[in-house]
Design a protein around this ligand. Structure first.
Ligand code: ADP
Ligand code: ASP
Ligand code: MG
Length: 410
C-alpha cells in the first residue's frame, strides 16, 4: 500500500462531468488499497475570471484582497470533488489551505510554503478517507489567505507529498507527460519517458508551464518522486518521471527539450558612461521595485560611453520604464531609453550539452537560415537561451526541434 498525492489541473476539473471522471479515477486507485490525497486546481478559466473581476473594480488590486478573491476557485472544486467521491461510496473530506494548514510567508500573490501540518490529513487517511486539499492557497502566520503564484497547485501537491513523505506525487494534466516541447506548438513533439530534475528545472524556469518552477524546486529539495500524467486517458500510461540521477548508461540526446516564453520585455539604456557602478545604478532601483531582471548585456564601450540592455517579465515592463525615467535617466545622464515588449525567449535544454560541443553554433546557424535575428544570448552548462522578435517564436521552435532531431520519427 502506498501513499499517493494526485494533483488535477484546471482542464481536468473543468466541468462537473470531468470532476465525476476524476472521482472515478481516484476510486480505482483507492480500490487498489492506496492512501490518496488529492489536490485539485480551480475549474479551467476560473482563476482568470476571478482576477479579471478584481481588476474591474481596481486596476491595481490590493494584493491581500486579490488573494482572498483568487483563492476561491479551488474552494469550489474541493467541495465538488469530495461530493463526487461520496457519490461513488467513498469517504472523502475537503480542506482549504488554511484548514490544513499550509503555512506560507506573507508575499501575497506569490507566497512561499514554509510548513505544512500533516496531522489532520494523516488521521483522516488512517480512517479511510480520501483527503481533498485545495491547491494554490495557503495562510500566513497572521491568518491571512495567500496564493502561491499562477500554476501554484503543482507546488501545493509536491509540498504535500514532501510533508507526508508520499511514495509518489502524480500531476494529472491535459497532456500525457512532459514533451520535447509544447505539443500545441509542435505537433511532432515527443513525450519523454524521463527527464532529469535539472533539465525540468530549466524547462520550467524558461517557460514550459507544464510544471510550475517552484514545484520542481520543491521536488528536488525533498527528492519527491514526481510524475506527469494525463487525466484524459481511460487508463493512465507511464507519463514522464522526473529523475534525480542521470543514468550514464542511457544513450541521451544532446538536447532534451525546447522551452519558450512570451513573458519577456527588453530594455536598452543608451549612451551611459562606461565606469564602475553603472550596472548598480541602473539595476539597483529596479531590484528595489521588486522586478526580476533576467538577461543582462553591457556592450563594449566607445569613448567611455556604452549601451546597457536587460530583460524583465513583460508584466513588469511599464513599471520598469517608469522607474528608469524617474530614478535613473537623469541621474546617470543616459541619452535614451528604448524598450521592446514584443520579444520572446527560446531556449535549448539538455544535460548532453555538458559533453557535446557545437550546440550553440548549430542553433545560431539554424536561426540565421530562417532569417531570425538574435538580440541577446545567455548560456549555462545545460541551456542556451536567445531573445528574438516574438513574431518568429513558433518558426524558431519548429526549426530547432527539427534540426536537433527531436521530431517524432515519421
Ligand atoms: P494544468 O491546468 O493541468 O495545470 P497547464 O496548462 O498548467 O495544465 O500545463 C499543461 C500545458 O503545458 C499543456 O497543455 C501544454 O500546452 C503546456 N506545455 C508547455 N510545454 C510543455 C512541454 N514541454 N510538455 C508538455 N506540455 C507542455
Ligand atoms: N488555479 C490557479 C491558476 O490558475 C492554480 C493552478 O491552476 O495551478 O493559476
Ligand atoms: Mg498548471
Amino acid at each position: 500500500m502506498s501513499l499517493i498525492v494526485q494533483k488535477f489541473g484546471g482542464t481536468s476539473v473543468g466541468s462537473t462531468e470531468r470532476i465525476k471522471n476524476v472521482a472515478k479515477r481516484i476510486a480505482r486507485w483507492k480500490a487498489q488499497g492506496h492512501k490518496i490525497v488529492v489536490v485539485p486546481s480551480a475549474m479551467s478559466g476560473e482563476t482568470n475570471r476571478l482576477i479579471a473581476l478584481a481588476k474591474e473594480i481596481s486596476p491595481m488590486p490590493d494584493p491581500r484582497e486579490l488573494d482572498v478573491v483568487a483563492s476561491t476557485g479551488e474552494q469550489v472544486t474541493i467541495g465538488l470533488l469530495s461530493m463526487a467521491l461520496m457519490e461513488l461510496g467513498l469517504k472523502a473530506k475537503s480542506y482549504t489551505g488554511a484548514q490544513v494548514k499550509v503555512l506560507t510567508d506573507s508575499a501575497f500573490t506569490k507566497a512561499r510554503i514554509e510548513r505544512i501540518d500533516e496531522n489532520r490529513m494523516r488521521a483522516d487517511l488512517e480512517a479511510g478517507y480520501v483527503v481533498v486539499v485545495a491547491g494554490f492557497q495557503g495562510v500566513d502566520a497572521a491568518g491571512n489567505i495567500t496564493t502561491l503564484g499562477r500554476g501554484g497547485s503543482d507546488t501545493s501537491a509536491v509540498a504535500l507529498a514532501a510533508a507526508l513523505k508520499a511514495d509518489e506525487c502524480q500531476i494529472y494534466t491535459d497532456v500525457d507527460g512532459v514533451y520535447t516541447t509544447d505539443p500545441r506548438i509542435v505537433p511532432e513533439a515527443r513525450r519523454l519517458a524521463t527527464i532529469t530534475f535539472e533539465e525540468m528545472l530549466e524547462m520550467a524556469s524558461l517557460g514550459s508551464k507544464v510544471l510550475q518552477i517552484r514545484s520542481v524546486e520543491f521536488a528536488g529539495k525533498y527528492k519527491v518522486k514526481l510524475r506527469v500524467l494525463s487525466s484524459f486517458e481511460d487508463k493512465e500510461g507511464p507519463g514522464t518521471l522526473i529523475t534525480y540521477e542521470d543514468d550514464p548508461k542511457m544513450e541521451k540526446a544532446v538536447i532534451s527539450g525546447i522551452a519558450f516564453s512570451r513573458d519577456e520585455a527588453k530594455i536598452t539604456v543608451m549612451g551611459v558612461p562606461d565606469r564602475p557602478g553603472i550596472a548598480y545604478q541602473i539595476l539597483g532601483p529596479i531590484g528595489e521595485a521588486n522586478i526580476d531582471v533576467d538577461m543582462i548585456i553591457q556592450n563594449a564601450g566607445v569613448d567611455n560611453m556604452t549601451d546597457f540592455s536587460f530583460t524583465v517579465p513583460r508584466n513588469d515592463y511599464a513599471k520598469t520604464m517608469q522607474v528608469l525615467e524617474k530614478q535613473v535617466k537623469g541621474h546617470i545622464k543616459a541619452s535614451d531609453i528604448r524598450g521592446d515588449n514584443k520579444v520572446c525567449k527560446v531556449s535549448l535544454v539538455g544535460v548532453g550539452m555538458r559533453t557535446h560541443a557545437g550546440v550553440a553554433g548549430k542553433m545560431f546557424r539554424t536561426l540565421a537560415e530562417e532569417g531570425i535575428n538574435i538580440q541577446m544570448i545567455s548560456t549555462s552548462e545545460i541551456k542556451i537561451a536567445v531573445i528574438i522578435d516574438e513574431k518568429y517564436m513558433e518558426l524558431a521552435v519548429r526549426a530547432l526541434h527539427k534540426v536537433f532531431d527531436l521530431d517524432q520519427p515519421a
